[in-house]
Design a protein around this ligand. Structure first.
Ligand code: GTP
Ligand code: MG
Length: 672
């Protein structure tokens, strides 16, 4: 334990707002825009008047689809904020935002508490080591229970909490919070966002619970600093400034997560949330592994296509980025020109001449830069860790409606796929159909609507299909000779290839064990290319193969008659022969499904899940409702919402996300 350094806090915060669908992320962000003076009226999700959800589909559907960035100022600090979507189909947006952000505000529904996508996003924040604050929102709702949500955070997310706020009143009587560090009440009694907060004494009847909560807070905080601990152990008061420094230290190190309370919709608790962002979340230089140095390195994390080319969002890690600069895209090896640089405010932008390390901005003028690419100083190349894109689990075939649609389709789909890396476009080798693949039905629906409204391309579609995969279950070795007698050079190649299964999620790996020149070095990449190409359509039913390792063991060549092409063909053929003998099977995506149902429908819901080949993993009470966690194959989940509503008189809800691939039971595999 060290003494804290109070001075190194900086004035820049790059912050994401993350949570399950409907927790109130956009509503909270809209209040932040209002209180910071960025916006003069309060936008509402249900009126379609939000600044952050500016896309027509977002306003119409009342959900966030694409993450939106903005910059606000609060008490001398600059906050670059990104409001992310909660729906799991758009999780790439959370993923790529957290990759470049330094801190997060996690919003919890005061009734529902820790919901599945909140947990998923929490784990993502763990992965990127992003310090966070918990904001327990919607405390005005019937059934809200601050204490229960705090316990859920501790139990389900496995973290310690440092509760900074104690709610005053609850449900329709929720009035404000007690600021436990300062032991004062913050009351929002007016109906409008502009009505000032009143600061008063702690109400008599809440004094006892507030003091008990404060004692717990201080106990957690003083652990962070020798001097504070010594003072505390002597039984003396620890100064509030020192306690705050302790809370900041514990937040940054992950020792605990500060918890705040409020109701964004009723304009309560948002200003202290802003204070907490400045006081407790890190500046760029305080992040672990914060890069140093004067040479530019920046990560492209988002791309938006517009009429005049694409706008690429970047986070600068080191050096400075100036309009007019020529930078190196370290992933493509190409130089690119930064024509213009912008600070982004949702759908508006302000031109900037340059931005420095730690800041976020958008570039116009890049031609060949995609999400996850690094831009750097051409004289000092560096590649930053990229962004992991999830594997799609659902396919849909699209057919252009007219000749004109046919012409626009491919360009439009490529643009949409550049914006959304979790969307894939391919042409089916056999049918020639264009297949869109993605994370779920909602994402595909939104994409098709964008195709129509933004690109003017009309298509008819097939039914969404599960994206199956193939793999092998045992190792097998083959030798394949590729040889054409008919003459001409470049027709001979021999490869000895071994295939072996890998654990789920490992993808395709290639290893070369030939060293003595049996296969000349220059042909090894062709062997790998042949393997990867053959793996794209598996031997059982043409689904992409995954989770196997191909090893090149041996081979031979002819001085005159060998070529890359010959080795690629030989390797592809060897792959197919070996895969056919290696116990090939079909895999299907299996989803983690959480159903929240009134207890009296529990039996029906479970019975229905079993009929869908579901495996119930746990079953808990959450308030008066029951929560079921199950694994269910995605192929059984089409149309589930209708069935669930029917079973529960419309009272049950569910959410699901991809969990893993699993073998399709033998009898079904033949139909897949
Ligand atoms: N009663 C109450 N309703 C709220 C509160 N905050 C948000 N809401 C409502 O909850 C609904 C969802 O709010 P959003 O802000 O869109 O939620 P979100 O987290 O951005 O949702 P996604 O972006 O779709 O993941 C809207 O109807 C809001 O008006 C709150 O504090 N109290
Ligand atoms: Mg939203």
């Amino acid at each position: 334990m060290n003494k804290l350094d109070h001075t190194k806090t900086g004035t820049l915060r790059n912050i994401g707002v993350i949570a399950h669908v409907d927790a109130g992320k956009t509503t909270t962000t809209e209040r932040i825009l209002f209180y910071t003076g960025e916006s003069h009226r309060v936008g509402e999700v249900h009126d379609g008047t939000t600044t952050m959800d500016f896309d027509p589909q977002e306003r119409q559907r009342g959900i966030t689809i694409s993450s939106a960035a903005t910059t606000v100022f609060w008490k001398g600090a600059q906050l670059n904020l990104i409001d992310t979507p909660g729906h799991i189909d758009f999780n790439i947006e959370v993923n790529r935002s957290l990759r470049v952000l330094d801190g997060a505000v996690v919003v919890f529904d005061g009734v529902a508490g820790v919901e599945p996508q909140t947990e998923t996003n929490w784990r993502l924040a763990d992965k990127y080591q992003v310090p966070r604050l918990a904001f327990i929102n919607k405390l005005d709702r019937v059934g809200a229970d601050f204490d229960r949500v705090v316990r859920m955070i501790e139990q389900r997310l496995g973290v310690k909490t440092a509760v900074l706020h104690w709610p005053i009143g609850s449900e329709h009587d929720f009035k404000g919070v007690i600021d436990l560090l300062n032991m004062r009440a913050l009351l929002w009694l007016g109906a409008h966002a502009g009505d000032p907060v009143q600061i008063t004494e702690v109400p008599e009847e809440l004094l006892a619970p507030a003091l008990a909560a404060r004692a717990r807070l201080i106990e957690a905080a003083v652990e962070q600093d020798e001097q504070a601990l010594a003072t505390y152990v002597r039984g003396e008061d620890v100064a509030v400034e020192l306690l705050q420094a302790c809370v900041r230290h514990g937040t940054l190190s992950g020792a605990f997560v500060p918890v705040l309370a409020g109701s964004a919709f009723k304009n309560k608790g948002v200003e202290p949330l802003l204070d907490a962002v400045v006081d407790y979340l890190p500046s760029p230089s305080e992040r672990q592994g914060a890069s140093v140095g004067d040479h530019l390195s920046a990560l492209a994390f988002k791309l938006v296509e517009g009429e005049h080319g694409s706008m690429v969002f970047v986070r600068v890690y080191a050096g400075r980025l100036r309009a007019g600069d020529t930078v190196l895209n370290a992933n493509t090896g190409k130089r690119e020109r930064v024509s213009r640089l912008y600070e982004v405010h949702a759908d508006k932008r302000i031109e900037r001449a340059e931005i420095g390390a730690g800041d976020i901005a958008a570039i116009v003028g890049l031609k060949d830069t995609l999400t996850g690419h690094t831009l750097c100083d051409p004289a000092h190349p560096v590649v930053l860790e990229s962004i992991v894109v999830p594997e799609p689990v659902i396919d849909i075939a699209v057919e252009p409606k007219s000749q004109a649609d046919q012409q626009g389709l491919s360009t439009a789909l490529q643009m949409l796929a550049r914006e959304d890396p979790s969307l894939r476009v391919r042409q089916d080798a056999e049918s020639g159909q264009v297949i869109l693949s993605g994370m779920g039905e909602l994402q595909l629906e939104v994409t098709l609507e964008n195709l129509r409204s933004r690109h003017g391309v009309n298509v008819s579609t097939g039914r969404p299909q599960v994206a199956y995969r193939e793999t092998i279950t045992k190792a097998f070795e083959v030798t394949h000779v590729h040889k054409k007698q008919s003459g001409g050079p470049g027709q001979f190649a021999e490869v000895k290839l071994r295939l072996a299964p890998l654990p789920r999620g490992e993808g395709i790996q290639f290893e070369n064990l030939v060293t003595g020149g049996a296969v000349p070095r220059e042909f090894i990449p062709a062997v790998e290319a042949g393997v990867r190409r053959a793996a794209l359509s598996g031997v059982v039913a043409g689904h992409a193969s995954v989770d196997l390792k191909a090893t090149l063991l041996d081979g031979s060549f002819h001085e005159k008659d060998s070529s890359s092409m010959a080795f690629e063909l030989a390797a592809a053929a060897a792959f197919r022969e070996a895969a056919a003998q290696a116990g090939p099977i079909v895999l299907e995506p299996v989803m983690a499904v959480e159903v929240l149902t009134p207890a009296d429908h529990l039996g029906d819901v479970i019975g229905d899940l079993s009929r869908r080949r579901g495996h119930v993993r746990s079953q808990d009470a959450r308030g008066p409702a029951s929560v079921i966690d199950a694994h269910v194959p995605l192929s059984e989940m089409f149309g589930y919402i209708g069935q669930l509503r029917a079973l529960s008189s419309g009272r049950a809800q569910y959410s699901m996300q991809f969990d893993h691939f699993d073998a399709v039971p033998a009898r079904r595999a033949s139909h897949s």
